[in-house]
Design a protein around this ligand. Structure first.
Ligand code: NAD
Length: 340
């Protein structure tokens, strides 16, 4: 039985909890034994905000968990196998290192950390303690994005000519840290990292980036971002993010990728495949969100004592290095900046 401690019970923590409880119900040999949040109200299961509808209809019995307001306390008192860290981004490095040092496997939410230096420390600590570290870049497990990955790898429609990726929605207002640049990295790191990581995962690191970005909300960093990624073979790849879309906009994530012999278009939650020479179609994909598959992969891999190779931390470090180049480019009014 894999014993899990969940640290941070805000929007993502609650989403992860619901998915672990589903996995428990499905018979996966895991048990969420402890919850930790500095806010006692969250430990009673009070609902939190968020931009994607991740709600589950199942009521949760919060009486069954051991509850802590301090990570150190939880680590001393519990016999855990792994932790899931869904804390604000500025705490990712510190708490990941703390838990790895304690001899636990770690799943930490995206973005991996505030900068590449912090990511390197996390990787070093995992190696030194012989423990596994995985970052929750959930789009790598999202059915439409996995479908795209397979089409690219199998060259189903030939080489990639171009790709455009997008995420946008209202300003996140459920955690005050989210709109403080030093704590969240702004939309460029917090929201746009999803697509930066997808670009890195699908095509590898680009040679250079050109990023135009602007601030709208005082103190929050870059709120609107548009980046071009330069690749050796000339494919035209860009990604945009905007978390200032108010009114009834809601939330949207989408992509359009063009190949020599067809194109894929994901928008409004629907994936459409358009081969050049035959009628378009919508493939049958699971309705489940990537969070479920990501957590299933994490726990089943640990239970099987395998390596968490689907998201190596070195690869998510690479995504943060791309983000750093994007930040530099944004500060240079979109000048091309090499990715290290
Ligand atoms: N994968 C995704 O799609 C996705 C979506 C949203 C957020 N996230 C990421 O998840 C992480 C958390 O975001 P969120 O939206 O859930 O934030 P949130 O503000 O809703 O939740 C954070 C929780 O951490 C608790 N907390 C803060 N400091 C603490 C400490 N020192 N010890 C214990 N608890 C503490 C807060 O009380 C709060 O309940 C962020 O890194 C964010 O980027 C990922």
């Amino acid at each position: 039985m894999l014993r899990i401690g969940l640290i941070g019970l805000g929007f993502m923590g609650r989403t992860h909890l619901d998915n672990y409880l589903r996995l428990e119900k499905e018979g996966v040999p895991i048990r969420v034994v402890a919850l930790c949040d500095m806010d006692p109200v969250k430990l009673q299961g009070q609902a939190t905000g968020g931009n994607i509808d991740t709600s589950s209809s199942d009521a949760v019995d919060f009486g069954r968990f051991n509850k802590y307001t301090s990570v150190a306390d939880m680590l001393v008192k519990e016999q855990l196998d792994c932790v899931d860290i869904t804390l604000p981004t500025f705490l990712h490095k510190e708490v990941t290192v703390q838990c790895l040092k304690h001899g636990l496997h770690v799943l930490c939410e995206k973005p991996m950390a505030l900068n590449a230096g912090e990511c390197e420390e996390m990787i070093k600590e995992a190696k030194e303690n012989g423990k596994q570290l995985m970052i929750g870049q959930c789009l790598r497990f999202w059915p439409a994005y996995e479908y795209l990955k397979n089409v690219i790898e199998n060259k189903t429609y030939g080489e990639t000519l171009a790709g455009s990726f997008y995420r946008g929605g209202g300003t996140p207002n459920w955690g005050p840290w989210l709109l403080q640049r030093k704590k969240s990295g702004g939309a460029l790191l917090d929201m746009h990292v999803h697509d930066t990581d997808v670009v890195n995962w699908l095509f590898g690191k680009p040679n250079a980036v050109s990023c135009q970005a602007r601030n709208v909300i005082p103190g929050s960093g870059y709120d609107i971002v548009s980046t071009h990624y330069k690749f050796e073979d000339g494919k035209v790849i860009n990604a945009q993010a905007d978390w200032t879309l108010q009114g009834d906009y809601g939330f949207e994530m989408s992509f359009r990728v063009n190949f020599e012999q067809g194109n894929l278009n994901f928008s409004g939650g629907n994936l459409q495949v358009n081969p050049n020479e035959s009628p378009g179609f919508s493939p049958e994909l699971s309705d489940d969100q990537g969070y479920y598959f990501q957590l299933k992969y994490f726990v089943e891999t640990l239970i099987g004592e395998y390596e968490l190779t689907r998201i190596a931390p070195e690869s998510t470090l690479g995504s943060i290095e791309i983000i750093e180049a994007e930040l530099e480019s944004a500060g240079l009014d979109g000048a091309w900046v090499s990715v290290r």
